[in-house]
Design a protein around this ligand. Structure first.
Ligand code: DQA
Length: 140
């Protein structure tokens, strides 16, 4: 069974409540449930943290034996050299996901420390972006 982990960064625990006009009305827990139903042959796990170091620890933990990581580092995308370095340091392929189109938003969201080290990037597709990232790990 392939192992894929979704890692969500700060404030993404508030999906469903937070700026629904940007991020939609669904909680991530309910979306994650639909993903686990859709991919019964996948060992899919989910981790969320508002703490930079915990996200780095999780990348280290899963980054050498998993088949894929889907990472939405939230605002840390734009600020964290440490998370960017962790993505570079690990062996597992990382797909960077952003729910909103960060390039249509404030200038400070246009730079990512994750992107140069990611295997792929999915931006502005809503929650479906997580599904597309998972599909990229199933291609063979
Ligand atoms: C986000 C975009 C970031 O700029 C923002 O800080 C988030 C969410 C997205 O999924 O669109 O928290 O990563």
């Amino acid at each position: 069974m392939k192992k894929v982990t979704i890692i969500n960064g700060p404030n993404l625990n508030l999906l469903g409540k937070r700026e629904p006009e940007i991020y939609g009305g669904l909680t991530f827990e309910s979306y994650f449930q639909s993903l686990t139903n859709k991919y019964p042959d996948l060992e899919l796990s989910y981790f969320q943290s508002n703490i930079e170091g915990e996200i780095i620890d999780k990348l280290h933990e899963v980054g050498f034996d998993h088949d894929g990581i889907v990472l939405n580092a939230g605002a840390y995308t734009h600020t964290s050299i440490g998370i960017g370095d962790a993505v570079k340091a690990i062996k597992t392929a990382v797909i960077e996901v952003h729910i909103s189109n960060v390039y249509a938003r404030e200038e400070f969201r246009h730079h990512s420390y994750v992107s140069p080290n990611a295997n792929g990037i999915i931006i502005g597709m809503g929650l479906i972006g997580y599904d597309l990232a998972i599909r990229s790990f199933l291609k063979n």
